[in-house]
Design a protein around this ligand. Structure first.
Ligand code: MN
Length: 466
């Protein structure tokens, strides 16, 4: 197939060129003439992006307390509609499980259902002293990232000694350690105080997890990572200070990376005062409005490596079941809306450029999690994962036209520009003119290679403007 006359966007820039797809790969890029009988797509007026790589997704999530009712077909179909052609999700090691068991169970869930490609991080919950060698099995099986939590007792919480010990072992293997940073004691005290005052409605959610809890944990985790000589990735940074701490660590030579999410760039804590506080229950919570501008500014400076959605497809019924933040599952659907939102409020408003969007949402996630250049790149030999985005049409986001089971979107009624016209995953068209035409089971597990210093030299991750 030949995709003609589009504007190609890479992390480095933009160019007018044609793209030839042969089988599952990009065969050529340039000024290309169609061959006899070659199917062509006229991409005039459209941006041609590498398929987005979402580094932080929770499809069919089971926390041990709450579960989402989506599955790998529903989750990856929503991804496809949003131009995301690779999701990096998590295999959870439940207590008593080996990494192999956790990985096998998750791969089985995805195998016959996924319509886009996927990779997996491992949520490490059970790695007693002396067992660190088990981490080597992850790299052998194509897992390049592990995740640890500084909060959520008893199921995910890792104490400081565990963080240090696991990061030491992970760093030596080239595994990138992702950490959910919130100081558990500060969060616990805030929650206990609100409980004692009888203030447990959804409106109080933001007060239950103060920004200082996040900032303190980021500070500590960066320090421990430096001592462990381990590369570290701070998930869902919601405050400017978190990003600044990561940036300062990187300036000192640490391999430290910050992720933020569309919700922290676009929403703020005033949402809890509105008529749908249940739409905004997530951890970390939405912050003060000033943080949004600060995060956009740091994206522009190149201090944030990636944008991930932290997509969780909890249904509205689950969100509204109790009216208390103590017993409401945290997490928002977001994989389908990321691209139009970041284009409209990022690129069109001049906060970031198209190449920044591609760097943050495709190239850097692929580099950091060992999928590059197969994923996240528009170049011959890369997988033919392509998105044609028409930047002109106007649209209004609405839950009834999205493909999650949530039954709501935090962006209900928001006006956005542009539309995903066509999405291809390894040469197969999965979205065409707003219609899903993929096949369950087409999506494949993409084994990741351990972190390669070659791919993550800091200027690459940061972009050219710093
Ligand atoms: Mn998450």
């Amino acid at each position: 197939m030949l995709i003609r006359n589009g504007t190609l966007v890479t992390a480095e820039g933009m160019l007018q060129a044609d793209v030839r797809v042969e089988g599952e790969r990009i065969a050529a890029i340039g000024d290309l003439l169609p061959r006899p009988d070659e199917p062509t797509v006229d991409a005039t007026g459209c941006m041609v992006l590498p398929g987005l790589v979402d580094p932080h997704v929770h499809i069919a999530l089971d926390t041990g307390i709450y579960r989402t009712d989506d599955d790998w077909f529903i989750g990856t179909r929503a991804a496809a509609f949003g131009g995301v052609t690779t999701v990096v999700d998590f295999a959870t090691q439940f207590r008593g499980q080996t990494f192999e068991e956790a990985l096998a169970a998750r791969l089985e869930e995805a195998r016959e259902k996924a319509v886009v490609d996927y990779a997996l991080h491992m949520m490490v919950t059970d790695l007693p002293p002396g067992k660190e060698g088990e981490l080597g099995k992850l790299t052998a099986r194509g897992v390049a990232g592990i995740k640890l939590y500084t909060t959520y007792r008893p199921n995910y919480y890792a104490d400081d000694a565990t963080l240090l010990r696991v990061m030491r072992a992970a760093g030596a293997l080239g595994l990138l350690t992702m950490v959910h940073c919130e100081n558990d004691a500060i969060v616990t005290e805030a929650i206990e105080r609100l409980k004692a005052e009888g203030r447990t409605s959804l409106r109080e959610h933001g007060r239950s997890r103060p920004p200082l809890a996040e900032v303190e944990a980021v500070h500590r985790v960066l320090f421990l990572a430096a001592e462990a000589r381990a590369p570290v990735y701070i998930v869902h940074c919601s405050t400017t200070r978190s990003v600044d701490l990561v940036h300062e660590a990187a300036q000192r030579g640490q391999l430290a990376f910050a992720e933020t999410c569309p919700q922290y760039l676009l929403l703020d804590e005033t949402a809890y005062e509105g008529s749908h506080p249940e739409w905004y229950i997530l951890q970390p919570p939405l912050r003060a409005a000033a943080e949004r501008a600060g995060l956009w500014e740091r994206l522009h400076r190149g201090w944030i490596a990636t944008i991930g959605t932290d997509h969780c497809d909890y249904a509205l019924g689950q969100k509204m079941a109790t009216g208390s933040f103590l017993t409401t599952p945290g997490g928002l659907p977001g994989i389908e809306t990321m691209l139009p939102l970041l284009y409209t409020f990022g690129v069109l408003e001049g906060r970031i450029g198209w190449p920044d969007l591609v760097r943050l949402c495709a190239t850097n996630p692929a580099k950091l999690f060992g999928l590059y250049p197969r994923k996240g790149a528009l170049q011959p030999g890369a997988d033919a994962d392509l998105v044609l985005y028409d930047p002109e049409p106007e649209d209004t986001l609405s839950a009834d036209r999205l493909h999650t089971i949530a039954g709501y979107t935090p962006y209900e009624g928001w006006r956005v520009r542009g539309r995903v016209r066509l999405v291809m995953v390894r040469g197969q068209v999965v979205i065409s003119e707003g219609t899903f035409c993929g096949t369950p089971g087409w999506g494949r597990f993409i084994p990741a290679t351990p972190l390669s210093i070659h791919h993550i030299t800091l200027p690459y991750v940061r972009g050219k403007n710093t």
